[in-house]
Write a protein that binds this ligand. Structure first.
Ligand code: DGL
Length: 280
């Protein structure tokens, strides 16, 4: 166990490859405003969506160690790609050595839990980054909980760059949003529940709603991740006691702080204090 890590109660860490986790943090703070939070975006090395398993694991592990050093006892991987590619190894292989009392939770499990509750046709679609789709993490998590469900995934490689380039409302977005929605519904016309398995996709919601036929529900994961965290903290009172509650939030980025602040507006983030941080 790493004896140098602070043991005192600390803020809840929220990690993402870049800006996308801000959508998750926003939902979490709406439901649980009393806690302190530290947000860390690895913007200098984002996007993670097209990176290999090993690299996403290595980068995510570095970020978690940094959040632990800042005093976080609990870290949420607010990034689907990191949750898909790194979470299992970190939970099973790293945490027992680093500190068995600390916890790292992801966004895929809470989303998988609701999938089976929402679908009536038992056909679910996942739209996510190439990395998340290739990992098949959603299929595995959903089928562990709901073996009777049929799960179809489609990668949307251009949706993240569209959002990050502030083109979510532009005409160019229509083409790519429509193309991927038509494709997934062509692969499985019985889908009645479409999961947005990437932090950026809620920003495209107006376009997505335009091209998804009536009767299909679109699942934006933020509120479910927040519900699941609330439930987790109420069941794990020991961990709850290790999370400080002064309602503060601090933001860190591996990129330039001013750049982060500017782009964070796309994700609905309010005026914020951002600091640069190095992970390597
Ligand atoms: N945050 C990532 C996710 O949810 C999207 C951005 C990236 O590819 O790094 O998958």
């Amino acid at each position: 166990m790493n004896k140098l890590l602070p043991q005192a109660p600390g803020p809840i860490g929220v990690f993402d490859s870049g800006y996308g986790g801000l959508t998750i943090l926003k939902s979490i703070r709406e439901l649980l405003p009393q806690y302190d939070y530290v947000y860390l975006g690895d913007n200098a090395r984002a996007p993670y969506g097209s990176r290999s398993f090993d690299i996403v694991y290595q980068f995510t592990r570095q970020a978690i160690m940094k959040l632990f050093e800042m005093g976080c006892q609990l870290v949420i991987l607010g990034c689907n790609t990191a949750s898909a590619k790194a979470l299992r190894s970190i939970q099973q292989n790293d945490l027992p050595n680093i500190d068995p009392l600390r916890r790292v939770l992801g966004v895929i499990r809470p989303t998988a839990e609701v999938a089976g509750k929402l679908t009536e046709t038992k056909h679910v679609g996942i739209l996510a980054t190439p990395g998340t789709i290739k990992s098949e993490s959603y299929n595995m998590e959903i089928n562990k909980l709901w073996p009777e469900l049929s799960v179809t995934g489609v990668a949307c490689p251009l949706w993240v760059p569209i959002v990050e380039n502030n083109e979510a409302e532009g005409a160019g977005a229509d083409y790519f949003v429509k193309k991927r929605i038509n494709h997934i519904l062509w692969l499985d016309p019985d889908i009645d529940t479409l999961i947005l398995g990437c932090t950026h996709y809620p920003i495209l919601m107006p376009k997505i709603e335009q091209y998804v036929p009536d009767g299909i529900q679109i699942v934006s994961q933020g509120e479910y991740v927040a519900d699941s965290l609330k439930d987790y903290l109420s069941r794990h009172t020991d961990m709850d006691a290790r999370c400080t509650k002064d309602g503060t939030v601090r933001y860190y980025t591996t990129e330039n702080a001013e750049k982060f602040k500017e782009a964070a507006r796309i994700f609905g983030a309010e005026d914020m204090n951002v600091e640069h941080i190095d992970l390597e």
